[in-house]
Design a protein around this ligand. Structure first.
Ligand code: HEM
Length: 160
């Protein structure tokens, strides 16, 4: 009768280990944040050792691991600390394109935006939050159409 008892004890150990792993996962993942333009500006890579964030389509990515692209004096530093949707769609670093505004973009530019959004940002950089423009209506109430973006291969951060 020792064998079935061993199996029960072993199963209990496995269940406890799985629970611990789940708890650890939950403790490690931070909830997503909402960023005002001003808050986002403070993650512009100007201070060494600070995280670097940028938004596309109102979704804020932690691009710190791409410091060689986005850090101080790096080629794409102009894109960070803000929502750079238009610049990414047009592959432009013109100051007038460093905005969330997509007015008048061509079909081709919108396709390019989707491709860089999915192929680069969503697959390389974890989502840390959403801009207030994306999450709130003009009167400051929660936006009805808001839906968190899924990112299955990173720990999902879908709480606000
Ligand atoms: C002469 C012009 C340009 C050249 C030769 C160039 C070259 C490159 C190269 C080689 C990469 C891939 C780097 C790597 O993965 O190691 C890259 C990535 C990228 N480029 Fe450019 N680029 C140019 C202009 C621009 C402009 C104007 C923008 C404006 C938005 C831009 C935005 C990006 C972005 C967002 C990435 C992805 C960075 C990442 O992986 O986080 N590029 N570029």
């Amino acid at each position: 009768m020792l064998f079935p008892r061993c199996i029960t004890v072993f199963s209990l150990i496995l269940i406890c280990a799985a629970d611990e792993a789940t708890l650890k996962f939950k403790r490690d993942s931070k909830p997503a944040r909402m960023f005002t333009d001003e808050e986002l500006r403070s993650y512009d890579g100007s201070e060494d050792g600070q995280p670097i964030y940028m938004a596309i389509k109102g979704i804020v990515f932690d691009v710190t691991s791409g410091k060689r692209f986005y850090g101080k004096d790096a080629p794409y530093n102009a894109l960070v600390g803000k929502d750079s949707t238009r610049a990414v769609a047009k592959m432009s670093l013109d100051p007038e394109d460093l905005t969330h505004d997509t007015t008048g973009l061509t079909e081709k530019e919108l396709e390019s935006l989707e491709s860089v959004f999915t192929g680069t940002y969503k697959s390389k950089y974890p989502i840390v939050g959403y801009t207030s423009r994306r999450t709130l209506s003009e009167d400051g109430s929660p936006s009805e159409g808001f839906k968190p973006e899924d990112q299955p291969h990173f720990s999902i951060r879908d709480e606000l």
